[in-house]
Design a protein around this ligand. Structure first.
Ligand code: ADP
Length: 430
């Protein structure tokens, strides 16, 4: 799709359409026979890599340190020039693109945010918009919009310097800067590598939320396989020289690793890792007896006496889970529900991972968690038994897969031996 005609500065040309307000969505990226040989180095850092990345997907490049992930990534925005091969974005060869246009097409975020310390947050975010010639007012608006997008209050953060921010906030600003000129492609090089695990978890969740809104094409480098599983639509597991060991969905890689290198990388506990991939919507949620704050007290008492479970879920006036009421709570109630029952402290949505649900259930005394809809309204309950059954199923699948793999391995060894023997006879008889 051709861009709006631009002047040399990138500002819409006279008569051209002003830049649209709606967000630019992703572009396809194609790597063809991409190779990088650093001067003075005998072997190529990246050797003949080909890969197609669809518009709007998050592809994770994962592999051991030094395997060539960063080099591959940095060739996409030409921070490193390829020795040979081709990279196209939406069919356009990036080596033929002028650098300003390329900056506009490809956002880039790195570990430790890479913010310029002598510039304010606003100046950092404004870098690419200014470079491509946006007006001051449009840039200012965009800075505020980007800060909002990454969950930072523009009034509070715009004028700060990077050293006045926490690591997580710096990283957010780094993402805001990468997205500022609304590029269809976002490259991220271990962007969350330098923050603590809890902040990292939050930043990952934020990125997933952002991507739901923005649909960019994101190429993300990490050495952390768990991060890859959590974020990737597809994962490219790379071995040395960026050779692709497997390029597939997280699910496929976890359940059918291509070879020993990939299994080694997936590591132990593939079944448990799959808890991150399975959603509450994929397991049965059950109905639970509920009453409402609007129900007459007598009705609630009667229900509590008649229910087999000994327990009811009390919903507030917006049908949101409010309290768990037990039969024993009746005696304490003394005509009012104000002090009766236990407040519902945690709920999950159908989109929550089984891991989140399991965490919620494990911290609940009675081993269950209420499932809610978009507005927090009650939809059902997931209990420990359902979750444990899912975990058992996953473990069982893994066990069967492992047996199958062993069987296949034994078969292929046997046929290799047979072939070698036949070969030996052949040679001997000729
Ligand atoms: P990764 O991101 O997977 O850790 P890199 O792409 O950074 O790997 O590096 C791949 C290989 O290229 C490594 O062997 C590294 O030492 C080498 N390398 C990286 N940058 C340079 C450079 N500027 N000059 C020479 N060799 C480099």
């Amino acid at each position: 799709m051709p861009d709006t005609p631009t002047t040399t500065t990138g500002e819409p040309a006279a008569g051209g359409q002003p830049a649209p307000d709606r967000t630019t969505t992703g572009a396809t990226i194609e790597l063809e026979g991409l190779t990088k040989r650093y001067p003075g180095s005998g072997t190529a850092a990246v050797d003949n890599v080909s890969m197609e990345i669809a518009a709007g997907e998050i592809v994770i490049l994962v592999g051991p340190s030094g395997c060539g992930k960063s080099t591959t990534l940095r060739m996409i925005n030409r921070l490193i020039e390829p020795t040979s091969g081709r990279i196209t974005i939406n069919g356009e060869d990036v080596t033929r693109m002028d650098p300003v246009r390329l900056r506009r097409k490809v956002g880039y975020a790195i570990q430790s945010s890479g913010l310029f310390p002598h510039m304010t947050v606003a100046q950092n975010i404004a870098l690419v918009p200014r470079m491509v010639g946006w007006s001051k007012s449009r840039t200012k608006e965009r800075v505020a919009e980007m800060l909002d997008l990454v969950g930072l209050d523009p009034g509070e953060f715009r004028g700060r310097y990077p050293r006045q921010l926490s690591g997580g906030q710096q990283q957010r600003v780094g993402v805001a800067r990468a997205l500022a000129a609304d590029p269809p492609v976002l490259l991220m090089d271990e962007p969350f590598g330098a923050v603590d695990p809890i902040t990292r978890d939050h930043l990952q969740d934020e990125l997933i939320r952002l991507q739901h809104e923005l649909h960019k094409t994101i190429v993300f480098v990490t050495h952390d396989f768990d991060e890859a599983i959590k974020l990737g639509d597809r994962i490219a597991v790379l071995r040395e020289q960026s050779h692709i060991a497997q390029f597939d969905t997280p699910e496929a890689i976890l359940t059918h690793p291509a070879d020993d290198f990939v299994s080694g990388f997936v590591g132990a506990g593939a079944a448990l890792k799959r808890l991150n991939l399975t959603r509450v919507r994929d397991v049965g949620i059950t109905d639970y007896p509920t009453v409402s704050l609007d129900d007459p007290l007598q009705h609630i008492f009667d229900r509590l006496r008649s229910e087999k479970t000994n327990e009811l879920l009390l919903l507030d006036r917006k049908r949101r889970p409010y309290k768990w009421l037990r039969r024993g709570d009746l005696t304490l109630a003394k005509g009012s529900l104000a002090r009766a029952g236990t407040l519902v402290h945690d709920t999950v949505t159908r989109d929550a991972t089984l891991r989140d649900a399991l965490e919620a259930v494990l911290t609940d005394n009675a081993g269950r968690v209420a499932v809610t809809g978009r507005r927090g309204e009650y939809e059902g309950v997931v209990d420990m038994e359902t979750l444990m059954n899912s975990v058992h199923e996953l473990l069982e699948e893994d066990r069967l897969d492992a047996l199958e793999n062993q069987h296949e391995l034994a078969e292929s060894r046997r046929s290799r031996t047979e072939l070698a023997q036949e070969g030996g006879f052949g040679e001997g008889s000729s």
